[in-house]
Structures are given as structure tokens and as C-alpha cells.
Design a protein around this ligand. Structure first.
Ligand code: TRP
Ligand code: SF4
Length: 342
């Protein structure tokens, strides 16, 4: 049987600091699994961070390092996947520029995240050229590796759809250079943070992958549960319990169903029920914390791993760009001429 070529996967993450459980179940956990079946490229994207953090760009490097630590600790493996830093591959910028020439402005203006984020984030001027072009830069990230599969959450669906439209347009104008990337939707169970709202770094309610067992306990123990359970003897409803969103992501199904039954009959108390998810988290991340601590003590090793990834990525990206320039009629004879030195 002939070996089938592995499909190319690409996904990216903005460097926004240490990853929380929502980032983990929404992306990283699935990426780790994809590594065995696909040729994966995973990139940390400083330029995307810059599109909104341009007044305070100094934090981006530190945040990139934090994300890199979490990636390696959680099991992204440089032996299997290409792990790299987007802004170190200048070819992305060239492709972004070329794509900007063929992209009708309304395509970008109608991306829902563009208007939404502008309204939501009042303290930043986001009516910029770069912010409007955010999904176009994302398109460049994806197609420069000819990625066929892009694992992302629902919030990115429009961006991937736009990438597909741009690929079709490019291929129609200049010949088929890029495959149309497909979205691989990661089912993201909505995780509640410690205050019951959606877990988010900006709400200050997040549980981080790097949290110690004590911190995890301290964060989850006082969490509000289903408000119907005023007394231990009051039955509850797991579907209305913020803590149970964590159970859904981290407690194996059979145990989880038992807990749900016992909640509905008041056979179990909330403290006991919380203990199960606390222990599941501590166990799932035990190895993780050790690995993270090791890499944290060896930053040179981390940067070296990513530099090797950058080199692999650059090689592929520069080959694609040769094809793009050829297709668009942008390869000039001057590149092949000898200079006039005597
Ligand atoms: N926009 C993505 C996010 O905020 C990050 C990202 C940048 C990305 N480039 C990408 C995701 C390429 C997938 C593919 O989550
Ligand atoms: Fe939530 Fe568990 Fe308490 Fe039920 S028993 S309300 S699921 S913490």
C-alpha cells in the first residue's frame, strides 16, 4: 500500500501571556493529538498581537516566551511539528502585501470581529489599516505553507472562510498556486472562570496551565455552584453550574455522569464534587508543570527550538513565494544578472 502523504495543518496563537484552561481545551489539547496524523505547523503570531497592542509592544516578546513554554510543556513536539514565530518569517509580510492588492475592501469590512472588537475595546484605536488587515495576515500565515486543514474555534470561522475566498480569487487570477484551506472546527466547551463568567484573561478569572496544585484548589474551592443548592440537602442541576463546565472538559464521562446524577439527587455535596475536578486537573497537569519549570530555567533551549522551527518554516515559505512571484510576473531578470564589478 502506498503511503499517503500527510495533510498539512497550520494553526496559530496570539502571544497574550500564559495560557489558561480555555486556551488549552479550545486549541492546544487538540493540536497535540493532530501531530501524529498530520504534518503540522504551529505558529505564535507577534504581528497579530501588534495589531491591537501597538502602543505597548514591549510585552509581546515576554508573552511569546510564555506561550512557547506552555506549548512545549503541553506536548507540542518539535520532532513532529514545525513550531515557529510568525514575525521571524518575513515572507508572510510579502504575501500579506500581495494579497492586499487583490482583496476588495468590503470583504474585510464585513468580517464581524472587525466591528465587534472596535466596539468592545473602547480604550484602543482599532480603526487602523493593520487591524482591518488582520484576517488577511492570517490568510497569509495559512496559505504560505499550503495548509489544507486549519484547526480553530468557532470565533475564527469567518477568518477561514475569507481565506478560502481569497485563495479562489488568487488562483483565478494567476493560476492554481494554493489549496483551499479547510476549517477543522474544535468543539470548544465553554469554560466558566472563577467568577462564573466565561474564562478569560481580561476578566481576571482564569485558571492557568502553570498554576500550582495549591492555586488550583484555592481558585476552584470557593467558586459559586448552582444557586439552587443553598443547603447540602438541596438537589442541584449540573447544567446550571459553572464548576461543572470544568467537569465537562476534564473529568472522564462515566465519573462525570455519576456526579451529575448525585448532584440532582443531592447525594453528593458541592465540595466533594469540586474535589473530583480539582484532582483531575492536578493530575492532567502534573507532568506539564515539571516540563514547564525545566524549560523556564533553560530559555536558550526554548529559543533554539523555535529558531530551528523558524528555519524549516522559512524554507517552505520562501519556496512558495518563488511560485507566487512567478505566477504574478514578479520575477525580474535582475535577480539572475551578475553585478558590474570588474
Ligand atoms: N486569529 C487567530 C486567533 O486569534 C490567531 C491566528 C493567527 C491563526 N494566524 C493564524 C489561527 C493562522 C489559525 C491560523 O486565535
Ligand atoms: Fe455543581 Fe457539583 Fe455542586 Fe452539582 S454538586 S452544583 S455539579 S459543584
Amino acid at each position: 500500500m502506498s503511503q499517503k502523504k500527510k495533510k498539512v495543518v497550520l494553526s496559530g496563537m496570539r502571544p497574550t501571556g500564559p495560557l489558561h484552561l480555555g486556551n488549552y481545551v479550545g486549541a492546544l489539547r487538540g493540536w497535540v493529538r493532530l501531530q501524529d496524523t498530520h504534518q503540522c505547523y504551529f505558529t505564535i503570531v507577534p504581528w497579530h498581537a501588534l495589531s491591537s497592542e501597538y502602543t505597548n509592544p514591549k510585552v509581546i516578546k515576554e508573552y511569546t516566551f510564555e506561550v512557547a513554554l506552555d506549548w512545549l510543556a503541553a506536548g507540542l513536539d518539535p520532532e513532529k511539528s514545525v513550531l515557529f514565530i510568525q514575525s521571524e518569517i518575513k515572507e508572510h509580510a510579502e504575501l500579506h502585501l500581495l494579497l492586499s492588492m487583490i482583496t476588495p475592501l468590503p470583504w474585510l469590512e464585513r468580517v464581524p470581529t472587525f466591528k465587534e472588537q472596535q466596539q468592545e475595546i473602547q480604550d484602543k484605536e482599532l480603526n487602523t489599516y493593520g487591524f482591518l488587515g488582520y484576517p488577511l495576515l492570517q490568510t497569509a500565515d495559512i496559505i504560505i505553507y499550503k495548509a489544507e486543514v486549519v484547526p480553530v474555534g468557532e470565533d475564527q470561522a469567518f477568518h477561514i472562510e475569507l481565506a478560502r475566498e481569497i485563495v479562489r480569487r488568487f488562483n483565478r487570477f494567476y493560476g492554481k498556486v494554493f489549496p483551499e484551506p479547510q476549517m477543522l472546527l474544535t468543539e470548544v466547551p465553554k469554560l466558566a472562570g472563577t467568577d462564573g463568567r466565561k474564562m478569560s484573561k481580561s476578566y481576571g478569572n482564569a485558571i492557568y496551565l502553570k498554576d500550582t496544585p495549591e492555586t488550583i484548589k484555592k481558585k476552584i474551592s470557593p467558586m459559586v455552584t448552582d444557586t439552587r443548592r443553598k443547603r447540602r440537602t438541596d438537589p442541584g442541576e449540573p447544567d446550571d453550574c459553572p464548576v461543572f463546565t470544568l467537569h465537562r472538559a476534564f473529568v472522564p464521562e462515566s465519573k462525570r455522569e455519576e456526579l451529575a446524577r448525585d448532584c440532582r439527587t443531592a447525594a453528593i455535596g458541592c465540595l466533594e464534587c469540586k474535589k473530583v475536578v480539582i484532582e483531575a486537573l492536578i493530575e492532567e497537569f502534573a507532568q506539564f508543570r515539571e516540563k514547564r519549570a525545566y524549560y523556564e530555567k533553560h530559555p536558550d533551549l526554548v529559543w533554539q527550538i523555535f529558531e530551528e522551527g523558524n528555519q524549516k518554516a522559512r524554507e517552505v515559505a520562501s519556496q512558495t513565494m518563488e511560485q507566487v512571484r512567478e505566477a504574478m510576473g514578479l520575477r525580474f531578470p535582475s535577480g539572475n544578472l551578475k553585478t558590474g564589478k570588474k
